[in-house]
Write a protein that binds this ligand. Sequence first.
Ligand code: PLP
Length: 429
Amino acid sequence: MKEQKENDAEAEKIKSQIGDLTRKYFEITNKPGLTPVRYGGSLHDEKELVEMINAVLDGWWVNGRRTKEFENIMEKFFNAKHSIFCNSGSSALILAFESLGLEKGSEIITPALTFPTTINPAIRQGMDIVLADSDIGTYNVNVEQMENAVTKKTKAIIIPHLLGNMSDMDRIMDLVEEHDLIFLEDCCEALGSFYGNRMLGTFGDTAAFSFFPSHHISAAGGGMFITNSEELYVRALSLKNWGRQYSSVDYIPNQGLIRSDYIQQYTYEAIGYNFNASEIEAAKGIVQMGKLGEFNKIRQENFGLLLRFFKKYEDYFILPRTVNNRAKPSWFAFPLTMTEKAKKLFTREQLMDFLFKKKIEARYILAGNIMRHSAYSKIKFRTSGSLANSDKVFTDSFFIGVYPGINEEKMKYVRESFDEFISNPKANL
Ligand SMILES: Cc1ncc(COP(=O)(O)O)c(C=O)c1O
């Protein structure tokens, strides 16, 4: 008994030491000017570390109780029937496309301003790609162009809710219903964004999320596929787990003779993958989901601070906006597009280089017009109008961070650095 107590006390002491050291570490790695103002990154403390260590000590690596718990949390959060924790947002998108069985030669409409793995599965499945432009300021798809793009061959749309922002979801849902389209949501940058009182990720047939370190929460990587369809869920589960059979055990041979779960594990009904994420990642994801509300509140505050600050520079930058007042984004970052006036004084790269020297991270807005990249040079696509805005984003836009790792002191440093540059761009080139 005494030995038990001493042992527990020692374990608690070690946990608390891990906590103290982690806090100290974060203090000295958070000094503006000396350490980078990241645009995003995993923000965790001793709680995540202890849970991850516990997962290691338990020694059960994949598809264990932590994965199930993380999935349960997500299902409750989205009021969704099914979810699958997998090894990335990109994998969740593959699960979505392949479980839907979208056919070769059928059309999918999507914005040209996107992330590669949003549309790669459609290309791999031999779908015909139809691209719509996006709007500067919202950086999300222009719905009118999508409406004009629909033909008899159109089967599906996939929308990445870029930067946590969104297009007019009422119009998108009208389009989906009118033409009986399959709707895939890429919510990899939009965990916790709302349209009206509905969360993004609850509109489509499927939704994909990413827990890559720079995203709204980080599970040290990993992704989530969610759906309300039992059929899609069972197919996606099989695809994630090597192609194992989950649909029915009825026709598995010799079922009565040896353990059915054993036979099922080695009976395959899909040309599958191994997209498992680890229990260590699930452990981190569980703690991070508990912090999402607080994280997103800080994202909002940081976004608001920057929006108020940049008002005085509206001559130089097009500021971010929402499509209407029903859109309530949980912003992934703070996007800016150079105006013609700014471009006469400095280039985007000169400004980004200045920020880089100041240790302030800035990034391009994903791929810009994806078709400008060499990987896509041979991909045939159709449009229903000009992709001028996607091209403009490719050359003139960038974003800086709003994530909760940017505290007040760092926010002030970012604002002062922009003031310094813009007050005399030439001196800083
Ligand atoms: C819009 C979008 N879709 C998909 C992904 C892919 O997610 P992951 O990096 O987890 O594979 C990302 C990742 O950055 C993204 O931003």
